[in-house]
Design a protein. Structure first.
Length: 541
């Protein structure tokens, strides 16, 4: 009947004394390092500029002058501080460790490797305005902020008015991974269930997020509060993940039939659940966005090269909210280089980026069903509540015959990816966004509540029996021979194409219902669309 907690932290018994201006100070045990400070169970903010405001996005407040020489002139020694910023195009976040100041007084720093879309500029440039700094002593000026001076072993903290430090519980984090199940493909960990446990006090891992995922915007850190590596028939059920600093659950490389069910994920530093396989299991993998292969030298064998990836795993009946409190290139459920992942009956909301993300086609077979995903893409741009890429080996393949592309697109996504019976709402992007080559999808019986459906270039997408509220189909850059079928859907407005040169859109775009006007229905008749579609009232109850 007790509440069982696995903590990666340490409880401190501190003797507080006044410092100045409402700031209290206390000596910490020798050797203590602090990345997150929890007061009465709630994570506090490092001393930062600008001060944290929960009503401001991104990051709870940003300032263009956060790393200016004028601002840095206030800091005696900023080394050890951090810069957090949006990517230049807001495709996620970048994080840097401050190393000092140059002879002009401008902060020097290292990092920025958390995004995988660097071009000729290294690292990827940060946004001009969306940035803030933290862990700088001189910025400790707001209730709830703290700073730990490692050299003097002194913790400084400005308590809010409702915090009594004499009675408060003070905890700090020490570990990144709290519980690991480590086996191998040859000798896997088997038949272990973690049930009814609270996991908390795991460290932030944003400076360890370095490994690029195949030609995506993402880099990844292979770790989490619970870490599966080489496991079979294991489960995490009825657990709570309370303010982990990085990923909550990470399913790494070879794993089979891992189940995450009935869990409550909240205030997650990175992603709630991530399934990520081995790039070595992919034929012709391209880690960086700008890498491409030639048709003549490409492996034409379908499917994975090895079994070193997650397969036949399930995330079911989970609640995921406030995802991406630190890192912004995150998702409620992230899937990359995996096969047969099922996500069902999950509510996912308040996410920095997508609710569910499929990083590339390899290897397909996923089923997303009965989910409610909303209030997403709060701190990024150009994404959807569901977001995918299909930057597989066929994508931008040099010298590939056009008539062979439909077959080449199926080499990695060997099984269809199904999105069905779910509600999607993204007020800052598309409800469902199939980007850059996403292929072999079946999308049906969904309700798109705000941003509509986007299908960028790709092959063999079948879309039927969906209802789109106050929006429509966004068809972007379709191939002439895409084979797409878009039928029996309800649209509230004309299609919104971009970069389409195809004379005829897809295999069939027809037999749909437009609620608005005949003009909207016939707008793309010259491209072979909707000759047999109707205009009328759907008579919703």
């Amino acid at each position: 009947g007790e509440s069982v907690v696995i903590s990666g932290g340490l409880r401190l018994a501190l003797k507080w004394e006044p410092f100045r201006n409402g700031i209290m100070q206390a000596k910490t045990p020798a050797g203590t390092t602090i990345d997150q400070l929890f007061v009465n169970g709630v994570s506090q903010h490092m001393a930062r500029y600008p001060n944290y405001d929960p009503g401001v996005l991104p990051f709870g407040g940003v300032a263009a002058d956060a790393i200016s020489a004028e601002r840095a002139a206030r800091w005696a020694n900023p080394a050890g501080g951090f810069i957090h910023a949006s990517h230049k195009a807001r495709w996620g976040s970048l994080h840097f460790r401050i190393t000092g100041k140059d002879d002009k007084g401008i902060p020097t720093y290292e990092g920025g490797w958390q995004n995988n879309r660097a071009s000729k500029i290294q690292p990827t440039p940060m946004h001009d305005n969306y940035r803030f700094v933290e862990n700088i002593f001189e910025e400790l000026d707001a209730p709830g902020e703290w700073f730990h001076d490692v050299k003097t072993a002194t913790l400084y903290y400005m308590p809010p008015a409702d915090v009594d430090l004499k009675a408060a519980t003070i905890e700090v984090d020490r570990l990144g991974n709290l519980l690991e199940l480590n086996g191998t493909m040859e000798k896997p960990v088997k038949n272990i269930t973690l049930r009814g446990i609270v996991f908390r006090h795991s460290k932030r891992t944003f400076m360890d997020t370095k490994e690029p995922l195949l030609r995506s915007d993402w880099a990844i850190y292979r770790g989490g509060a619970v870490f599966f590596n080489g496991a079979e028939d294991c489960a995490v059920t009825d657990c709570e993940f309370d303010q982990p600093g990085g990923n909550a659950v990470f399913v790494n490389n070879y794993n089979r039939r891992i189940t995450i069910k009935g869990c409550d994920f909240h205030d997650i530093g990175a992603s709630a659940v991530a399934f990520v396989g081995d790039p070595g299991a992919v034929r012709n993998p391209c880690p960086k966005y700008g890498q491409f292969y030639k048709y003549a030298t490409t492996d034409k064998t379908p499917g994975p090269k090895s079994e070193n990836y997650p397969k036949d795993c399930t995330v079911e009946d989970c609640l995921m909210r406030n995802v991406g409190t630190v890192e912004k290139q995150v998702a409620g459920v992230q899937i990359s280089m995996s096969m047969g992942i099922t996500v069902r009956h999950c509510s996912i909301y308040q996410t920095a980026r997508a609710g569910i993300s499929v990083g590339e086609g390899a290897f397909g077979g996923h089923v997303i069903e009965f989910c409610d995903v909303f209030d997403t893409v709060r701190e990024s741009n150009d994404h959807g509540s569901f977001n995918s890429w299909g930057r597989d080996r066929y994508w931008k393949l040099s010298g590939a015959p056009a008539d062979e592309l439909p077959a080449l697109a199926m080499l990695d996504v060997v099984k269809p990816i199904v999105i069905r019976n779910s509600r999607w709402l993204c007020t800052h992007g598309w409800d469902v966004d199939l980007d850059d080559g996403s292929s072999n999808y079946e999308i049906y019986n969904n309700l798109f509540l705000s941003g509509g459906l986007k299908l960028r270039e790709g092959f063999q997408r079948k879309v039927w029996n969906n209802i789109t509220i106050n929006n429509s189909l966004h068809a972007h850059a379709w191939y002439e021979n895409s084979g797409d079928e878009v039928t029996r859907n309800i649209w509230m407005g004309a299609y919104r194409p971009a970069l389409i040169n195809a004379k005829k859109w897809g295999k069939e775009v027809d037999r749909n219902l437009f609620t608005t006007s005949e003009e909207d229905r016939t707008k793309f008749a010259d491209q072979g669309c909707d000759a047999n579609s109707l205009t009328g009232d759907p008579m919703f109850v």
